[in-house]
Write a protein that binds this ligand. Structure first.
Ligand code: ADP
Ligand code: MG
Length: 265
């Protein structure tokens, strides 16, 4: 049993470049994410969502401030393989089958053959792709490829999943289907998730909290708590769902210059 937070972001700044052309991608970001919590980052293009995710993943370093992942530095967490990552493009290796793609991180971790086989079977079952284990990525739909990427991200049972617009390239029906599956998978794996999206309904459907960001400089504008009964079958048509969508929309637009419109792309 653990009560340590999944992520602590404290006073984080990220400035790209120097002098008059410097870009402040993130300005004084403070955020604490609990173990098992599902957090979405939402905000206009260029407000620093991907930058924040990359800092947490130790793919980039803050100019100032600290980030801890399960009480360790982001680097230690990366080396300890505490998290899995999934991006907008599934990024599968085309010459490897579905099973072999999911196997990759397990191989890199030098796990035994039998343990790997069991893990792959379980993961493919979890994302509903058991029958496609021996297919190649180009034989799958975009939604199926993305499910393979999610299975691969979950391969080493990470306590944290970092996802940057993982469903961004998918049609609406596939997207809603994968959202439902992702919630189920997260409940099963108990991983904390930081999820970047442009979609307000998607953020509301998935999240315990939605972090609304604003650009230039990238700041947290508001954090909206989402308290929905996720056992309900018709969550998306529930009045409480629409109220939360309205609350996030309000937070996004509130404070934006009049008539500026919020470009979510
Ligand atoms: P988002 O994901 O919210 O659309 P990003 O985090 O990608 O935004 O970018 C935030 C800001 O930082 C943007 O102004 C972008 O141009 C700038 N930026 C991001 N990465 C770099 C980089 N490697 N070099 C210079 N500027 C960057
Ligand atoms: Mg981005």
């Amino acid at each position: 049993m653990t009560t340590r937070p999944a992520i602590e972001v404290t006073g984080v700044h990220r400035v790209f470049g120097r002098g008059p052309t410097a870009v402040t991608a993130l300005h004084d970001i403070n955020l604490s994410i609990a173990a098992g919590e599902f957090i979405s980052l939402i905000g206009p293009s260029g407000c620093g969502k991907s930058t924040l995710l990359r800092l947490i993943a130790d793919l980039d370093q803050p100019t100032d401030g600290t980030i801890t992942v399960f009480d360790h530095s982001a680097k230690e967490a990366r080396l300890a393989r505490e998290y899995g990552i999934a991006f907008q493009q599934a990024g599968l290796l085309p010459w490897r089958t579905v099973a072999q793609n999911v196997d990759l991180p397990l191989q890199l971790a030098h796990q035994g053959k039998r343990a790997r086989k069991e893990r792959i079977d379980h993961l493919l079952d979890m994302v509903g792709l058991t029958d496609f284990a021996n297919h190649y990525p180009d034989q799958l739909s975009g939604g199926m490829q993305q499910r393979v990427a999610i299975a691969r991200a979950l391969a080493e049972e990470p306590s944290l999943l970092l996802m940057d617009e993982p469903f961004g390239a998918l049609d609406e029906m596939t997207r809603e289907h994968l959202q439902t599956q992702l919630l189920r998978i997260c409940a099963e794996s108990r991983a904390a998730v930081v999820f970047v999206t442009h979609s307000i309904p998607e953020a509301v459907f998935l999240s315990n909290r939605v972090v609304v960001m604003s650009p230039r400089p990238g700041e947290i504008r508001r954090i909206v708590d989402i308290t929905l009964d996720r056992t309900s079958d018709d969550l998306r048509t529930n009045p409480a769902f629409f109220e939360s969508v309205a609350a996030v929309r309000d937070a996004l637009h509130n404070g934006a210059p009049a008539g500026a419109g919020v470009d979510l792309r």
